[in-house]
Design a protein around this ligand. Structure first.
Ligand code: GDP
Ligand code: MN
Length: 385
């Protein structure tokens, strides 16, 4: 789960990282009021769960409350990377001298957190990693020892930070690491961390991702989830208890079990290639009751790229005949003309097959093996079935 900038910065502030004292507005009038309270030049910032807002025109300075109102009016409702802006953060503008990057994430290969710093702040870190990999300084952190002072100093000297800022930088690095650990985060990032012309260090932008598996014990963070800011199908999938990840292919995959779902994706890609391959990862979990299948079907059908649908179900405790009935019921609830290929294996597969075939639905095909199913799904997507 990703936090908005304003949510991340409130959290940073609570852990002792200096942040601008801003407020969120949902209307241009509110933006006017907040800018008037602040009383200096402000920066109006789109709150969407995506980076690169500055480049997209979602971060703008405003000298007066009237200007803040106008700018907020432009930014609210704007789309950035497909996401509609519904909130803006109004922060007192900073007088930027230097922009630094500072972030913590999990290094899976190393099996521990890594803190990264770069003198190339304000640019997305992925871009820096690509263009100037040497400009990123890394320190792996022992989770039991925490960030050591010498490590913070290594980062400071690695980015050629002037000595007079080392004390403030070290404190921010420690506090950022604490925020990261205490939040069960997978990412805590300040980009840019600026040195103002007055010589203060301040976190101008903040980004945090929280491990979904820890939300049960991070109740305060879990409540911050902004339903409006997430893509519709992600919200629907979560509500139905489905694991869904949208991809760019044309074959909608409906599978029970994550491993089988991965295999199904591999097989469609093997026979269909980049374009025709999987349109999604979808694990409908155990049971595969009609309502769940119907919910999954609605989500798959909401993707305009989908040209065919592949059901790949292994019947274990759930019997294939039950699943077949669930599929038919779901199809009656969510009618579609798209070709659908069903492959059932495991307990009562024969009975399941009979149910699918006896239904005599013209766009519903049966396959005995996964190879056959993947080939048929690819052919169907090409309009050749
Ligand atoms: P992002 O593009 O989504 O990462 O949004 P940021 O919050 O990082 O803002 C993008 C850029 O806008 C920053 O790198 C700064 O150069 C600029 N910016 C943001 N806040 C201020 C501010 O208070 N004053 C000034 N002068 N520039 C700012
Ligand atoms: Mn940024």
């Amino acid at each position: 789960m990703n936090l908005h900038e304003y949510q991340s910065k409130v959290r940073f502030g609570r852990f002792g990282i200096p942040v601008p004292m801003g407020k969120v507005a949902t209307t241009p009038q509110q933006a006017y009021e907040i800018a008037r309270e602040i009383g200096t030049t402000v920066v109006v910032k789109a709150q969407v769960l995506a980076g690169g807002r500055g480049k997209a025109g979602g971060v703008k300075l405003a000298r007066t409350p009237d200007e803040a109102e106008q700018v907020a009016n432009q930014i609210l409702g704007m789309k950035i990377k497909g996401l509609t802006v519904r909130k803006v953060l109004i922060d007192p503008a900073a007088n930027i001298g230097t922009e630094i990057y500072l972030g913590v994430t999990n290094d899976r290969a190393a099996g521990r957190p890594v803190m990264m710093a770069s003198s190339e702040g304000g640019v997305e870190i992925e871009q820096v990693a690509h263009d100037k990999p040497n400009a990123i300084i890394r320190e792996h952190i022992d989770p039991f020892l925490g960030l050591r002072d010498y490590q913070a100093r290594n980062l400071a000297s690695g980015i050629n930070l002037p000595r007079e800022h080392w004390k403030a930088f070290t404190k921010i690095a420690h506090n950022l690491f604490t925020t990261y650990m205490q939040s069960d985060a997978t990412l805590a990032e300040i980009n840019p961390l600026v040195i103002t012309k007055e010589g203060q260090l301040i976190a101008l932008d903040g980004k945090m991702s929280i491990d979904d598996n820890a939300l049960f014990r991070q109740t305060e963070l879990a409540e911050m989830r902004d339903i409006d800011a997430e893509p519709k199908e992600v919200i629907q999938a979560r509500a139905a208890g489905l694991s869904y990840v949208k991809l760019d292919g044309q074959i909608g995959c409906m599978v029970n079990g994550a491993g089988l779902a991965m295999t199904t994706m591999d097989m469609t890609k093997l026979y269909g290639g980049e374009n025709i391959g999987p349109a999604n990862f979808l694990d409908i979990g155990g049971g595969a009751q009609a309502d769940k299948v119907a919910a999954a079907l609605r989500i798959i059908l909401s993707d305009p790229n989908v040209r065919s649908i592949l059901f790949n179900i292994f019947g274990g405790i759930t019997r294939c005949d039950e699943v077949a009935r669930g599929i038919l019921q779901a199809l009656s609830e969510v009618p579609s003309e798209l070709p659908m290929i069903v492959r059932l294996n495991g307990t009562n597969a024969e009975e399941g097959r009979a149910i699918i075939q006896n239904a005599s639905i013209s766009n519903l095909y049966y396959a005995d093996t996964l190879t056959e199913a993947a080939q048929k799904a690819v052919a169907a997507a090409k309009g050749e079935l």
